[in-house]
Design a protein around this ligand. Structure first.
Ligand SMILES: [Fe+2]
Length: 493
């Protein structure tokens, strides 16, 4: 069992990453919780159900499973969890077949969760909430952020340790995986590995525990199930690096001036989130690596910003273009550290930047803010590393509920115009996933699949939209409350 002791401070690192996702909108201070809090609250519902409450019609050529993951406990044996990223991982699966639609939802029964459940005590620190001192045994490797299909497994990713391998059908926990013995014990694994659908190549990264604080970058081999180290880059701090993007030749990271104060972690002065520091004096760093692991890393300094997610990237000669979602300060981190507390002050929402760099002169040539108040970017993965046209993302806000996700936007990078749909009042929607249609000819020949929450019904749903014009295709009601959660994925049948 992976046990995150207090000396394993670096393991925690990636956890930070968690910072990823966000949700929307409706709050009457002091009286009623925000809509985003209600749509992300705890549940104890687990099971399997046939779903028949369907609006519209599921396309005959859309077959497969949509998965979603997020935290679904908000208290562990008397200790209230404070942070947006706290809570045991919970996965749902909408399986779409010729026979109908079946929903499976359950907690991920990691050894640490099982140990707490059987002892009746909170033993492990969550990302933002420390366990009671009398019980405290270390930090939980909490797979509640994202999902990654890998071989016969569906990997649930935490950023705080090794991936949890699940049965993609039943969602049962199988084991913590180290990629057939190739991911070192003291290296965590990112929540955002990436796949180039053109070539099938996959890449991931992690942070090494120990004084090197190294960023480890891996190529993932589907044939052998192993990961091969491309780079091991020592860092001055244990930085919070959540996402990566890539071109046909490069792996790209943007490292924000956000890191963990190691002394606090070693001395176990509090939760991991309480040891996070944002230091704008350090600035942000663009790091460009070679997909073959051969070329020397390129670093370009940028103004300070908080960053979680990126769009696509493309290189032409020495020029590199990418989209990334930057916030101008750490206000989001502060807000989510007391997730159910009042909204204090202004939140700096992520802004969508398109940046162009000259990799030879190491200069930023262009930085254009093209859109704002959105996150969770997705695109047609077949265009990974290509000069693509469309970016899909999820809208945040309003001010009274900064994480109230309630809009889906298709942004046209060519015409610089957004097309936005908004779910009904009292509803939330999560990150969309782009599912390419069979025999697709154009980049946007696909569907967007996303889950949502309806407050009036206190019920979750899966919605399908046409990626061409965001028109409604179908909604499948879950019949139960489903926490909105963070990231999702779709596996075609
Ligand atoms: Fe994320």
């Amino acid at each position: 069992m992976t046990n995150f002791g207090r000396r394993d401070f670096l393991k925690l690192t990636p956890a930070a990453a968690l910072l990823l996702c966000f949700s929307p909108s409706q709050l009457i201070a002091g009286e009623r919780t925000r809509l985003s809090v209600r749509g992300n609250r705890a549940t104890d519902i687990e099971g399997q159900w046939k779903l028949t409450d369907i609006e519209g019609e599921i396309p005959k050529d859309l077959r497969g499973s949509f998965y979603k993951i997020g935290p679904a406990t908000k208290e562990i044996f008397g200790t209230k969890l404070k942070h947006y990223f706290d809570g045991d991982g919970y996965v749902s699966r909408f399986a779409i077949t010729d026979e109908g639609i079946e929903l499976t939802a359950r907690f991920i029964q990691t050894p640490q969760r099982m140990e707490e459940q059987s002892s009746g005590k909170m033993l492990y620190d969550e990302f933002g909430t420390a366990a009671p001192k009398r019980n405290r045994e270390g930090r939980k490797n909490q797979p509640n952020i994202s999902l990654f299909p890998w071989g016969e497994d569906l990997l649930a990713l935490s950023e705080g340790g090794h991936p949890a391998a699940l049965d993609p059908g039943t969602l049962e926990f199988r084991k913590l995986t180290d990629f057939n013995g190739t991911l070192p014990k003291n290296v965590s694994f990112s929540a955002h590995p990436k796949v180039d659908l053109k070539t099938g190549e996959a890449f991931g990264f992690g942070i090494e525990q120990g004084m090197s604080k190294a960023l480890k970058v891996f190529k993932l081999d589907r044939e052998t199930g192993k990961c091969h180290e491309l780079y091991s880059l020592s860092q001055k701090h244990v930085y919070m690096i959540h996402d990566m993007t890539m071109t046909d030749d490069h792996l790209i990271f943007i490292i924000p001036p956000v890191f963990f104060k190691i002394t606090n972690i070693i001395l176990a002065l509090g939760s991991l989130a309480e040891s996070v520091k944002y230091d704008p004096k350090i600035g942000t760093t663009l790091l460009v690596l070679d997909r073959k692991g051969k070329a020397k890393p390129i670093e370009i300094k940028l103004p300070p910003s908080l960053v979680f997610h990126h769009g696509n990237a493309v290189a032409s000669g020495d020029q590199l273009k990418l989209q990334t979602f930057l916030s101008k300060d750490e206000s989001i981190m502060n807000f989510i550290s007391d997730w159910e507390g009042p909204v204090r002050g202004e939140i700096s929402y992520p802004e969508v930047h398109e940046m162009v760099f000259d990799l030879k002169t190491k200069k930023l040539l262009k930085d254009e803010t093209i859109f704002s108040q959105h996150d969770f970017p997705v695109f047609n993965q077949r265009f990974t590393g290509q000069d693509h046209r469309y970016l899909y993302m999820t809208g945040m806000g309003p001010a009274a509920d900064p994480f109230g996700l309630h809009r889906i936007t298709k942004y046209d990078l060519k015409t610089r115009t957004p097309l936005t749909i908004t779910v009904s009042q009292g509803e939330l929607c999560g990150e969309p996933f782009f599912v390419e249609k069979p025999n697709a000819q154009f980049e946007d020949d696909g569907w967007l699949a996303f889950t949502g929450y309806d407050d009036a019904r206190d019920e979750g749903f899966l919605e399908i939209r046409d990626a061409k014009d965001l028109s409604f295709v179908a909604r499948v009601w879950a019949g139960i409350y489903l926490p909105l959660g963070f990231h999702g994925t779709f596996i075609k049948a």
